[in-house]
Design a protein around this ligand. Sequence first.
Ligand code: AMP
Length: 267
Amino acid sequence: MTEILNSLRMRAKRSGAHLSGAERLLNVDELESAAVAMINRALDHPRGCAEWISLKIEEIPCEQLQFSPLPDLFDNRVASWKQGRDLASSFLLDAGVAEVACRQAISFLNNGAAPNGQSMRGAMLIDAETGQRLEPDQERGVRASRMDLLPETRLHLSRELGKAGLNNAHVIEALTLAAKVIQAPGVVAELCWSDDPDYLAGYVASELGGYQRINLMKPAGEQRGGRAFFIQNQRLQLDALIHWLEYQPLMMNRLGHIHKPRSWQVD
Ligand code: AMP
């Protein structure tokens, strides 16, 4: 890749609270259509129309760009959101997150992780041993940014996800984000469910376990969602971790394996 790349980021608010966000890495030619798509997304959000939108474009020094494959995707089907959260906890335990930290993270996301009881703009950073929150600002959280898929990788991914019945923007964006997060220095795993009231799926991602999609993680209509990045408690390296998540440009250039759906028995 020799062209100049740009980071395009969108943030939108409604009633003073976070509504929507998005990030891409693009050539100059691609900026206009991607910016229009981001504006439309903010104006047409399931939680309401944006009242405030910010778009930021910054050139990325090419020598900083790194490349990475996407994780393997596993498609887990459960019968209820409670079962989905239990399954998510078991994936987190497998990834090395302590039980207390799983419980804390699920409870924060369930109750709205921002101080006002709503969703945060970014992710919580959670100590994987103690469950303590480590992000410096609990309203903003930490946003993973400056990551994207190479255009040919995006096409290939859409095709393969289509065969699995999963070709939608939620999965594509979340898989791209998770690919960056699980490589971050000190991150053990990620937990997510959406704040979109109509999108009930979520996932656990980790370097060893891959991207474990779970079809039900919250009740229909629930507006609270979010992300937890579980980290080994390296307080001295917290600044470096946050900087890497926010600023290191990372382009995904290869697919992982997309596994067949797995149905889990109701307990
Ligand atoms: P979404 O998957 O877009 O529904 O986002 C769900 C929640 O995940 C948001 O409310 C944020 O708290 C968090 N989130 C979204 N995008 C990012 C990101 N790039 N980095 C960190 N957290 C994010």
